[in-house]
Write a protein that binds this ligand. Structure first.
Ligand SMILES: Nc1nc2c(ncn2[C@@H]2O[C@H](COP(=O)(O)OP(=O)(O)O)[C@@H](O)[C@H]2O)c(=O)[nH]1
Ligand SMILES: [Mg+2]
Length: 178
């Protein structure tokens, strides 16, 4: 089965752990790594993140492995700082597909302005399941538009079954509004 690996990066306190606790099942937390899985739009995803301050060290470690995409959390109550720029520059250099989350949008609803990247900037609230799913779908589309389309089509077929037993817990919860 095809599993995508997505790195969750961002400065300390930007909302990475809150988001992972929200949408991952089987989230494993150690002092230098957080990882878990989720199924979004029929795509199995393995998420990797680091609870440590030094994101650049962590990036060096994981960028030598096979990363399909990156989600960068920016704390929108603070705006973009030098460390955010370092993280984004390093991803650009590697040529990996990424999105930027303007997180804590509930505390500051101003649009996050970044003038040094053309990556999608998506307003989010880390505890809000629906907006996190939408953000991840945007990244999946960016990574592989065709596969995203195929996954969506096969979900439509599965949804013809009234019990939806083939759907993951994650999708099941969302359709029930839990
Ligand atoms: N209001 C609000 N608080 C958030 C949001 N995301 C994270 N937080 C809070 O910000 C703090 C740091 O979040 P955390 O997930 O630990 O950041 P991390 O260091 O990137 O893992 C915690 O107190 C969270 O509850 C958000 O979208 N809205
Ligand atoms: Mg954390």
């Amino acid at each position: 089965m095809d599993v995508k690996t997505i790195a969750i990066l961002g400065t300390h306190g930007s909302g990475k752990t809150t988001a992972l606790e929200n949408f991952c099942h089987k989230l494993v937390q150690t002092p230098d790594l957080e990882h878990g899985t989720a199924s979004i739009n029929g795509q199995e995803i393995h998420f990797l993140s680091s609870p440590q301050y030094k994101q650049l060290d962590f990036m060096e470690r994981i960028f030598s492995t096979n990363i399909d995409g990156v989600t960068v959390f920016v704390d929108n109550t603070r705006g973009v700082n030098g460390e955010d720029k370092e993280i984004i520059d390093a991803i650009e250099k590697k040529g990996i597909k990424y999105i930027i989350l303007s997180n804590k949008q509930d505390l500051n609803d101003q649009k996050l302005e970044i003038n040094f990247t053309n990556a999608p900037i998506i307003p989010t609230v880390a505890k809000d399941a629906e907006c996190m799913i939408n953000a991840m779908e945007t990244l999946l589309k960016l990574i592989s538009p065709y596969q995203y389309y195929l996954n969506k089509k096969s979900l439509e077929v599965i949804n013809l079954y009234p019990l939806q037993i083939h759907r993951s817990n994650w999708n099941y919860n969302v359709t029930n509004g839990n």
